[in-house]
Design a protein around this ligand. Structure first.
Ligand code: IPM
Ligand code: MN
Length: 335
């Protein structure tokens, strides 16, 4: 397997180092190419994602990304120019974000809620396409528009992926949207779910408005198995999902081209956390679990399961706080 590694900024390199430590144990011999993209590269050369890099990334079987973003770079430059550009260029239309509350892990929710669901977030459309504009900027009459683009093709492929996922799990799919207000896109999503659902008669379908979904995720998260939603709703709800299921330090994700044409990219849901960078304070578990998703995606189910089991055992046994490297060492030893 050829793996491209983008450690990135802040805590990115720290958590990636631990994830690679674990990968080397479960699947030795993975060929790695490191790409020094991120804030440092931007400051030294002005480059965010050089033209030559995308074709190179495509030569790999998968990509592992730590985190990007630094207060020294104007907000949005690296997010849009590096992260979103890669997701779009490599057609990562499925943004897969599982949420599971492992035994022994605290949740801010009362009691011991049953949390085990996945959010299938659309990854290449919605309000993330950069469509829109502003006129009369900096005048009292400024108008800014941000267009949400939803294509039948784009919605259908992510909905089909979500149904297949639900069929392989507890056979329940919830469409999350805001069809009562966003009538055009909402109608497209709802009709697509109805149509594709006919191909999956054994999967039960539910619908929730995004605002109500946030309440249910806190009050009754057990009702969710697979959630399918658009790019922006998915961004927001997966931060909430992480918060209720052990925190952002445990939340893994995969940016997937489900056709297999381009390499998929795996990354923790969290950002570069510059406030704790360089202090070995970051929890590498989200990145380690992202490697597990990567292995699952590449057909290495046994290796993926070993990581999940080792993470579960580590979380169950945690007392007090551990450093980034201590957690990585423990999980690497346990796999
Ligand atoms: C995420 C992040 C990104 C997103 C940002 C950094 C562009 O919040 O991966 O969830 O909105 O997708
Ligand atoms: Mn986000």
């Amino acid at each position: 397997m050829k793996l491209a590694v983008i450690p990135g900024d802040g805590i990115g390199p720290e958590v990636v180092a631990e994830a690679l430590k674990v990968l080397d144990v479960v699947l030795p011999g993975v060929q790695r190419t490191e790409y020094d993209l991120g804030a440092k590269r931007y400051h030294s050369t002005g480059e965010v994602l050089p033209e030559s890099v995308l074709p190179e990334l495509k030569q790999h079987d998968a990509i592992l990304l730590g985190a990007i973003g630094d207060p020294s770079v104007p907000s949005g430059i690296l997010e849009r120019g590096l992260l979103l550009r890669t997701r779009f260029a490599l057609d990562h239309h499925v943004n897969l974000r599982p949420s599971k509350l492992y035994p022994g892990v605290g949740s801010p929710l009362a009691g011991n809620p049953d949390i085990d669901f996945v959010v299938v977030r659309e990854g290449t459309e919605g309000p993330y396409t950069g469509t829109g504009g502003a006129i009369r900027v900096d005048t009292p009459h400024e108008v800014a528009t941000e267009v949400s683009t939803n294509t039948r093709f784009g919605v259908e492929r992510v909905v089909r992926y979500a149904f297949a996922k639900a069929q392989a799990r507890r056979k329940h799919l919830t469409l999350v949207h805001k069809t009562n207000v966003l009538a055009f896109a909402g109608s497209l999503w709802q009709r697509t779910v109805d149509a594709v659902g006919a191909e999956f008669p054994d999967v039960e379908v539910a619908y929730q408005h995004i605002d109500a979904a946030t309440i249910h995720m806190v009050n009754d998260p057990a009702r969710f198995d697979v959630i399918v939603t658009d790019n922006l709703f998915g961004d927001i709800i997966t931060d909430l999902a992480a918060a209720v299921s052990g925190g952002i330090g445990l939340a893994a994700s995969g940016n997937i081209d489900a056709t297999g044409t381009n390499p998929s990219m795996f990354e923790p849901v969290h950002g570069s956390a510059p406030d704790i960078a360089g202090q070995s304070k970051a929890d590498p578990t989200a990145t380690i679990l992202s490697v597990s998703l990567l292995l699952e995606h590449k057909g290495e189910a046994a290796a993926a399961a070993r990581i999940q089991d080792a993470v579960a055992a580590d979380l169950a046994g945690r007392t007090g706080s551990s450093s980034t490297t201590e957690i990585g060492d423990r999980i690497a030893a346990a796999v």
